[in-house]
Design a protein around this ligand. Structure first.
Ligand code: GAL
Ligand code: CA
Length: 346
């Protein structure tokens, strides 16, 4: 073979290779283009939309998703309310999948039984973000496209306890019977919810470690509800009358229910205990400003909604997953903040 002919053949081969590489690159770019332009259909299933905090959280999620729409992403959100029934929620998730949702955000009714929903998502290869009601770690680990977005329950309890301790230390008149101890009652959220018992334990522990002597008079379950809390509080007042000096409620709605009970009985201001909540709902914040509620802990719904929206974009569009900071690989916990009058925190 002559040198010239060999050279010609070699450059022909090189041209073919370059062309093949270019075609491949073009295809790859084209594919990325179609993925990038994919429409996002978010299926959101909530445990009970009449829950005050949850209702506000859903509004925040709508806003955060709307921000993505403004950036040119085609996005729809389909919302379903299980009104407290896990069976109904399982059905609703099926419907969301049939409606073409390509990402699911689920606020479980019963956080201990997510398996049917996990199976449905996995069979259809649809990423699943649980929020606010945290499944146990073994369930999150069932599949690598399951995530959780929420807030660290212990922190909210510690902050509530610290707020109460600071107030008690600065106002000795809270110890109305002057026995050196603070007589308290607790209004608890749903049994089995990660934000109920953990909040109570940590609030009490934080008060104790701040040097406050405590005496527990009573506790009642009011399932996050203002009306149920009012009833529980009326019972506790009839049992303990003027002895109650502090009310620790696992959320703002229950703290407000306790205040409603005292309002109903026409207690004068000096005979009232001090009340602490958690959430920083619209009505909770108003009650802090009006000094009815001595303090609350802000459950950052805007931050949680933003984290969910960012995760959705990353999962469906492949956008900036590397910028998201996870704990234990697939958890996002948005911190709480203390809210009391004078902190300028709201
Ligand atoms: C908690 C919140 C409660 C209630 C509950 C529902 O985080 O503090 O008010 O909304 O979630 O799961
Ligand atoms: Ca006392």
């Amino acid at each position: 073979m002559s040198g010239k002919k060999y050279c010609l053949q070699a450059s022909y081969l090189l041209a073919v290779i370059i062309l093949a590489v270019c075609i491949q690159l073009l295809c790859a770019c084209g594919k990325e283009e179609t993925d990038r332009a994919e429409m996002i259909c978010v299926g959101v299933a909530v445990y009970n939309q009449s829950d005050t905090f949850l209702g506000e959280m859903v509004s925040c999620l709508k806003e955060s998703l709307h921000d993505y729409e403004e950036k040119g992403v085609e996005l729809t959100m389909v919302l379903r309310d299980a009104a407290g029934s896990q069976r109904k929620q399982d059905e609703q998730v099926k419907e969301l999948i049939d409606a073409g949702c390509n990402v699911l955000c689920v606020n479980l009714v019963d956080r201990s039984t997510p398996s049917d929903i996990i199976d449905l998502a996995r069979e259809n290869d649809i990423p699943l973000i649980f929020f606010n009601r945290e499944p146990v770690a073994e369930d999150i680990m069932q599949w690598d496209r399951i995530y959780y977005v929420g807030a660290p329950a212990e922190q909210s309890g510690i902050m509530q306890g610290e707020l109460a301790a600071a107030l008690i230390q600065s106002k000795p008149q809270i110890d109305r019977n002057k026995d050196g101890k603070i007589q308290y009652v607790v209004l608890e959220g749903e049994p089995g919810h990660q934000d109920a018992i953990i909040r109570t334990e940590n609030a009490v522990e934080a008060l104790r470690s701040s040097g406050i002597e405590l005496e527990k008079l009573s506790s009642g379950i009011a399932n996050w509800s203002r009306a149920q809390a009012e009833n529980r509080m009326l019972q506790m007042i009839s049992q303990h009358q003027h002895k109650i000096e502090l009310v620790l409620a696992n959320n703002d709605d229950m703290a407000l229910g306790a205040i409603d009970a005292y309002d109903k009985l026409n207690y004068t201001e000096t005979a009232l205990p001090v009340f602490f909540g958690i959430d920083g709902t619209d009505t909770g914040m108003e009650a802090v400003i009006e000094k009815k509620l001595s303090g609350t802990v802000y459950n950052d719904k805007e931050g949680q909604a933003e984290a969910i929206a960012r995760l959705i974009a990353a999962l469906v569009l492949g956008e900036r997953m590397e910028d998201i900071k996870f704990e234990n690989e697939r958890y996002i916990y948005v911190p709480y903040r203390k809210v009391e009058l004078g902190t300028g925190d709201f």
